[in-house]
Design a protein around this ligand. Structure first.
Ligand code: SF4
Length: 363
């Protein structure tokens, strides 16, 4: 668990498993893989990272999950933080241990009910939203019961003797004033989990089309997209929607994912609640065209969806470090710029677009 983080949109990170494998062009320079390679040689962390990267520092697809209970979300100190859960893995990777996944959600549920809804906000990002949709399709009745059971024996309630977590979660979470049937009461209060935001990472339009429909079909308190590294332009107002996904429509079509509307302005699934964007960092980082970023900012502004710009990454739209070494393959940015991006490094390239930063977050 890290109680501070350099990830601009989070206050803390926590992992109850580590390991992954590439599944997108956005994974080409995965920071977590490089970090895991370093930690696999560290005398204290080596055991945790054993076998998750090979000798060349590449993910093997193995996921290690023997973490102490102290690493689970409800043990993050304090209150009111945005906590990125799973920064060193993808929780919906096919090799992610199923029991660990249930324990993770049990812990997020525990944080919510122990703090009476005033605990942390947990943020999960995946590049595999189809698996996430499938997981949540089990529905609130099944999942809330499963998460309750998954917390038994290690999420301690009171003196630890009188009640299991399952019993506590079943009995204590129902506000007195709610009057429908018992099962519905639990679901009204806890579903979708109010302290859990779910997001998908995409790097270009093809990935946005392939992944955003699955995210929109998944129940979540907030849904968001992280376009990082941004490797191509993305129009969130024209997302290709496959056949059968739009209620009442047999044909496939396009939707405006920022407003939750079809092109005929008919409401569809819920819309995106948040958009994050950022450039690539680290060795081998690819530059992004400033116009892609401006377009995304403008789409969000017009739809009144919060927009968060993380950073330009290694490549800046103006030379801010004095080396003035342009990248010859960069697409030409807007007129008025120097016709290329500059490799200034993340520390120099900054976070402002046309002289202002964008740190919008959903309320
Ligand atoms: S899904 Fe995320 S953690 Fe996994 S390889 Fe890709 S970038 Fe890295």
């Amino acid at each position: 668990m890290a109680t501070t983080t350099r990830i601009e949109w989070a206050d803390a990170t926590t992992n109850t498993a580590v390991g992954c494998s590439h599944c997108s062009p956005g994974c080409d320079h995965c920071y977590a893989e490089k970090f895991a390679h370093r930690l696999s040689k560290h005398p204290i962390a080596a055991k945790v990272y054993a076998g998750v990267v090979d000798e060349r520092g590449k993910w093997t697809g193995k996921i290690n999950s023997n973490f102490s209970e102290k690493m689970y979300p409800h043990r993050v100190p304090g209150k009111g933080k945005r906590v990125f859960v799973g920064s060193m893995t993808d929780i919906f990777h096919p090799n992610y241990p199923a029991e660990n996944r249930d324990e993770l959600f049990a812990s997020i549920l525990a944080d919510y009910i122990f703090a009476n809804g005033h605990g942390h906000t947990f943020i999960i990002l995946t590049k595999r939203p189809q698996a996430m949709e499938e997981y949540f399709a089990a529905g609130p009745g099944t999942l809330l019961r499963r998460w309750g059971r998954a917390g038994n024996g290690w999420i301690i309630v009171g003196d630890g003797d009188s009640e299991t977590f399952e019993e506590y979660a079943d009995g204590q979470t129902i506000p007195q004033e709610m009057t429908s049937t018992r099962d519905n009461l639990r679901q009204d209060y806890l579903w979708p989990l109010p302290n859990l935001w779910l997001g998908v990472t995409v790097c270009n339009q093809a990935e946005a089309d392939a992944k955003i429909p699955a995210l929109l079909a998944t129940p979540a308190a907030k849904r968001f997209v992280s376009i990082e590294p941004m490797l191509g332009p993305v129009d969130l107002t024209s997302i290709d929607y496959p056949s059968g996904r739009i209620e009442g429509a047999e044909e496939s079509g396009m939707i405006d994912a920022l407003r939750g509307l079809t092109m005929d302005d008919a409401p569809t699934h819920p819309a995106l609640d948040w958009v994050i964007c950022g450039g690539e960092t680290g060795s081998g980082a690819r530059p992004m065209n400033p116009d892609w970023v401006r377009s995304l900012r403008d789409q969000c502004q017009e739809a009144t969806v919060p927009f968060f710009f993380k950073s330009w990454g290694e490549w800046a739209p103006d030379c801010l470090c004095g080396t003035k070494k342009p990248h010859p393959e960069t697409p030409r940015p807007t007129p008025g710029h120097m016709g290329c991006m500059f490799k200034c490094g993340k520390a120099n390239s900054g976070r402002s677009i046309d002289k202002r930063t964008w740190d919008e977050v959903p309320q």
